[in-house]
Design a protein around this ligand. Structure first.
Ligand SMILES: [Zn+2]
Length: 155
């Protein structure tokens, strides 16, 4: 019997890897996450406002979360510390991964649900796995290596 998958985050509707690729590719295209503008992504992030996304950039000294980013899909709000935001804007891979991961939660429509199931959890139901996969797809499209990426501290 295969070992049960250990959920890292909320258990959500399962989606396939290929579905996440489709969503990530569409979002990447719509917001122009590409090789050419990866050093000036502030315009890209600012365009999220037009969709009603609230991007809350918090002074590092006031950042109280253990994680590097935080997303509340029910309020369409992404919170990140200033340093992560600034580095993401100039295309620093790990910071950009945080931003994309948090965007993944929004664009994949994650919301906490009461989930009663006797079935063991699977990877495809893990909100964190889904958001990581979303971020990886866009990073790869932008020409970044993603093998060494560690998402351990992102929620
Ligand atoms: Zn997450």
């Amino acid at each position: 019997m295969p070992e049960a998958y250990r959920l890292r985050g909320n258990r959500v509707q399962p989606v396939s890897h290929s579905h996440i690729c489709t969503v990530a590719n569409n979002v990447g295209k719509a917001f122009r996450f590409n090789k050419r503008n990866k050093n000036k992504l502030d315009q890209v992030f600012e365009s999220l406002f037009e969709l009603g996304v609230i991007l809350n950039v918090i002074d590092d000294s006031e950042w109280l979360f253990i994680t590097k980013g935080h997303c509340d899909p029910s309020k369409a709000t992404i919170c990140v510390p200033q340093s992560i935001y600034d580095n993401a804007c100039i295309g620093e891979r790990d910071a950009l991964a945080v931003m994309l991961h948090e965007m993944g939660h929004l664009f994949l429509g994650h919301r906490p649900v009461l989930h009663f199931s006797n079935e063991p959890a699977i990877k495809e139901e893990d909100a964190e796995w889904q958001a990581d996969t979303f971020a990886e797809v866009i990073l790869k499209n932008m020409g970044y290596q993603t093998d060494q990426l560690s998402f351990d501290f992102y929620m």
